[in-house]
Design a protein around this ligand. Sequence first.
Ligand code: GCU
Length: 335
Amino acid sequence: IGRPSRLAAALGALVLVLTGCATGAAHSGGGTTLRLALNQSEDHPSFTALENFGERLGERTGGRWNIDVHPNSNLGSQLETLQLTSDGSVDLAIVSGTQLENLDRDFVVFNLPHVFDSIEHQMEVINDPGIVGDLYSSLEHRNLTVLGGFTQGARSVYSSRGPVTAPADLAGQKIRVQESEVHSDMLDMMGGSATPMSYGEVYTALQSGVLDGAENNEVSYVTQKHYEVAPHFSRTEHLIGLDYLVANTGRLARMPAADRAVFDAEWNATMREFTALWARATEDAIAELRSRGVRFHEVDAAAFREALAPLTERALDEAGASARTLYERARAAAR
Ligand code: GCU
């Protein structure tokens, strides 16, 4: 094509990008497509569950509402996409609890080690409006509504240097943590040297030796290919992490009530579906990792628990009275 038409095409594309950015959701054929930001790859179960969510939402609203899942941090890191969701240029984002801790200290409670005894306990707590109702609406002054979440399962330490069976093994090791003060403290207390970094940067940092290791679940370890550059996985299982689905509040408010009811019902079904997918994905990840020669190491769990013991009290003291109430309610729901 000649220069003028190429210019016209480029301008057209620019207008599309700009209008898309200004309003977040795209409108086509009478329907609205919500943009959802995800930092996982397409082979992570959250991508599958969210794609299914979008499909059912589209079917049940006759195409009035659809979801476009953008995986692989394509719309930015979680820190960035949370800001974009607040601005309204992205409609929905999956972000780790560690990101929300930076906006409201009460979220710190669910990022602590040993707060959840199991995934079942975690799901019960995060779906109990008597426990999380106020927490989920606490960011609405920033135009962010929390809708619930997906488990991250148990997180453990992995390293390029070798097994980590006790805190002393982490001495001098630079271990990536999420961008969270409490997780930095946690990793230091576990014996290592905490290095906060966004998820998408970890592989290269492990490969180049900027990091010696990181901490995550088996599913992220395999889907992000971190095992290639840090092949010793030590089952510290120091906490059960939590991802949240966060929406732009104004965008949700503009959804007609009947469609919003469908959205909520399908999202609740998605959370249940994810928990089932997660169990299978974890088993599959372990089998794949074993077949690729990854070494799994058992740890001195009591030694790590003891090292971490002062963290909860310290964090709750800093976070204040409402965080402590939240913690007590979450613990009371443990069986
Ligand atoms: C898990 C979690 C992500 C998080 C990541 C991380 O994969 O599901 O939401 O970003 O850990 O360690 O950053």
